[in-house]
Design a protein around this ligand. Structure first.
Ligand code: SF4
Length: 467
């Protein structure tokens, strides 16, 4: 079927948009910014993507199945577009960056293909679409300082991008190709965004970067003692005193660059939560070398030991990949042993998925799907045992919970998180969103906790004349 001529789409207050987001927190944060741009242009949010006039798929190419899902979603929209030429179809994110022009050849009905570096340019790109062009925006681009006000999912917790892109070259990963080189925001711009969030009532922020330990290495400045002036540690100190913000988190850490100076700052700064997400990917040195990760298993162990020396209660989560090219059963067993030894509070696991234009995908010694599935099953079982065991330490303890929303399955309950990032359910009575509530834990499950609030309900405080 020949490509449909792109139609002119004058924005009007009646036009409705839907964004479907795949993948990581960076993509979720980009989607919130794109939603903010659309609302500033007069678009209204529409839950049902099959009823929207403008549909954005913000895609992820980290694994093949996430990529294939996008094509199946697009198929439905292409059917709609055949009956409604004013429908605007956009593919954003990492698949857009990876495929570029070829995505237009595969799906000629698309109006706009835009890589992640162009998220802040959505408004001007749509203007080009409205003038009748099909647009591909994937060129390396200096990311504009965030001018848009994101439409955030939560009213309590917010993501704040601090560094875009990644300069690492992990051999299995497409991110450097799709998100480009590192670009750090200035500390002043980050602090201004956090101050604005605090004024809107946000209580918790998560500083985001694909490799957050790289923060600042592209910014100028050396201290008199010869070290970089701008590091994640310095940034934590710089934003720590923003009034109204109660908790600060950051992700994702890289074992190659994670320093004791950073760990000490986390222990010293009371708002920084005792939760560390430090992907190890494999428990075997040779596999780590093939992945070009730049650290050894013993370095990883040392990092965790140091974290626990400074903060014995700290929670540690990680990512692990099974079935990398050439991974033997013995090497996989080293990963299992590391998981048992460390005792993770959470583990994101994945079977290796070859990605286009990555060195690992060209290796001849790929592991069979059956072996990958079997290793993933065994690793998941091992991780779940460890997480269950770790969770037991919460039983009957009192923890501080920041309430973030209603339990969708029980409106009588609120849900929130501990400083260590455990999900907790508690009775809603007497509490609003954004409260810090002391909760005694009564039930421990593998992925969540439940308990009762120990703070005086609001009505009692009012009756006793307290505020
Ligand atoms: S650090 Fe490695 S795995 Fe993480 S985004 Fe960069 S290249 Fe990919």
């Amino acid at each position: 079927m020949p490509p449909l001529a792109p139609a002119a789409h004058p924005p009007s207050p009646a036009r409705r948009y839907a964004i479907t987001t795949f993948g990581c927190q960076m993509n979720k944060a980009d989607s919130e910014r794109m939603a903010g741009i659309l609302e500033a242009m007069g678009y209204r949010h529409e839950e049902d993507e099959l009823a929207a006039d403008l549909v954005i798929y913000n895609t992820c190419s980290i694994r093949d199945n996430a990529e294939q899902k996008v094509y199946s979603y697009l198929g439905r929209q292409v059917q709609r577009k055949r009956h409604n030429p004013h429908l605007t179809l956009v593919v954003a994110g990492c698949v857009a960056q990876q495929e570029g022009e070829s995505l237009l050849r595969r799906v000629p009905e698309l109006d706009l293909v835009m890589g992640p570096q162009h998220a802040n340019r959505l408004g001007s790109l749509l203007e080009q679409v409205e003038s009748g062009q099909q647009v591909v925006a994937t060129a390396e681009h200096h990311i504009l300082e965030d001018l848009a006000k994101p439409r955030r999912e939560s009213t309590v917790t917010a993501w704040v991008n601090v560094i875009y892109g990644c300069n690492e070259r992990c051999t299995y990963c497409v991110v450097p190709a799709t998100r480009g080189r590192e670009q750090s925001r200035t500390p002043q711009a980050i602090r201004s965004e956090i101050e604005a969030l605090a004024r809107q009532g946000y209580r918790e922020i998560t500083l985001l970067g694909q490799n957050i330990d790289a923060y600042g290495r592209d910014l100028p400045g050396i201290t008199p003692s010869g070290r970089r002036r701008h590091t994640l540690t310095d940034l934590l100190h710089f934003v720590h005193d923003v009034e109204g913000i109660a908790r600060i988190r950051f992700a994702t850490s890289h074992p190659r660059y994670f320093t004791e100076r950073l760990i000490a700052a986390c222990a010293e700064l009371p708002k920084v939560c005792e939760h560390f997400h430090i992907p190890f990917q494999s428990g075997d040195d040779q596999v780590l070398r093939h992945m070009a990760r730049g650290y050894t298993v013993s370095r990883y162990r040392r990092i965790i030991r140091t974290v626990r020396q400074y903060m014995p209660e700290a929670a540690v989560s990680a990512d692990a990949i099974v079935g990398s090219p050439g991974e033997t059963e013995a090497q996989f067993q080293n990963t299992m042993a590391l998981v048992e030894e460390i005792g993770f509070d959470q583990l994101n696991t994945a079977a290796y998925s070859p990605r286009p234009n990555t060195p690992a995908a060209t290796r001849a010694d790929q592991v069979s799907e059956a072996v990958k599935v079997d290793r993933l099953r065994r690793l998941n079982a091992c991780a779940e045992r460890c997480i269950r065991h770790r969770n037991q330490r919460y039983a009957r303890r009192v923890v501080e919970v920041l309430t973030e929303g209603r339990n969708p399955k029980d409106p009588q309950q609120l849900m929130g998180r501990t400083r260590s990032n455990r999900l907790v359910f508690l009775p809603a009575a007497g509490h609003g969103l954004g409260d810090l509530v002391p909760v005694r834990i009564e039930a421990v499950r593998p992925f969540s906790l439940s308990g009762c609030s120990l703070s005086e309900p609001q009505e009692q405080r009012l009756l006793s004349g307290q505020r």
